[in-house]
Design a protein around this ligand. Structure first.
Ligand code: GRF
Length: 189
């Protein structure tokens, strides 16, 4: 059985879909929610689902063991980044080789990198008058939004779209595909 930790910093709509998707799965257990933002919506989602959460701090994450000891102690063997805004330290990537996946709200390699998250991404897509956007699910490596791409899905960008309306389209794609793609990666793992 896989024991999965979800890392998130925000509202947690993806975390909620992933938790629901695996709630009756005997091979995959969402065992922990890791958050770096006190009061983030994802913490309430974890509590409602009866899943333990771990509020992490910058110093041990970037200058300590990146919580690898705590994660291993809890038997975590796979990590999902669902709107987690801190860069993953090399120590954690080495402790979980090809076992950390991220979702990015754009069609990488476009609109990726430091500072490219949430509405900043959607505003850039719209200001560049792109006709399509989408989501990218990828393995995490030492560079922001860079690792091997596992899956992409696209949506049309209408001339009337705003960053908010585009964000809604993107969230729909994420909720539709992310849990299933995680399941497929875990099956082959
Ligand atoms: C998602 O759009 C994801 O692609 C991005 O952060 C957002 C998190 O949304 N990395 P939520 O917290 O899951 O609602």
């Amino acid at each position: 059985m896989h024991r999965v930790a979800i890392f998130a910093s925000g509202a947690g709509s993806n975390a909620k879909k992933i938790i629901e998707y695996f709630s009756h799965n005997e091979q995959v257990k969402i065992s922990l929610v890791v958050c770096n933002k006190p009061g983030a919506g994802v913490l309430a989602i974890a509590e409602q689902a009866g899943i333990p959460s771990l509020l992490i701090e910058k110093d041990p994450f970037f200058r300590g063991d990146a919580y690898t000891g705590e994660l291993k102690k809890r038997g975590i063997d796979f990590i999902v980044l669902a709107g987690f805004l801190w860069k993953i330290p090399d120590l954690l990537i080495k402790a979980y080789p090809n076992k950390i996946v991220n979702i990015h709200p754009a069609l990488l390699p476009k609109y990726g990198g430091k500072g490219m998250y949430g509405s900043f991404v959607h505003a850039a897509v719209i200001s560049n008058k792109d006709e399509e956007s989408g989501i990218t699910i990828h393995f995490v490596d030492e560079q922001y939004d860079h690792g091997d791409v596992i899956f992409q899905a696209r949506c049309k960008v209408d001339p009337s779209d705003t960053p908010d309306s585009l964000a809604q389209k993107i969230h729909q794609l994420e909720h539709q595909h992310f849990p299933r793609v995680i399941g497929e990666v875990l099956q082959s793992n």
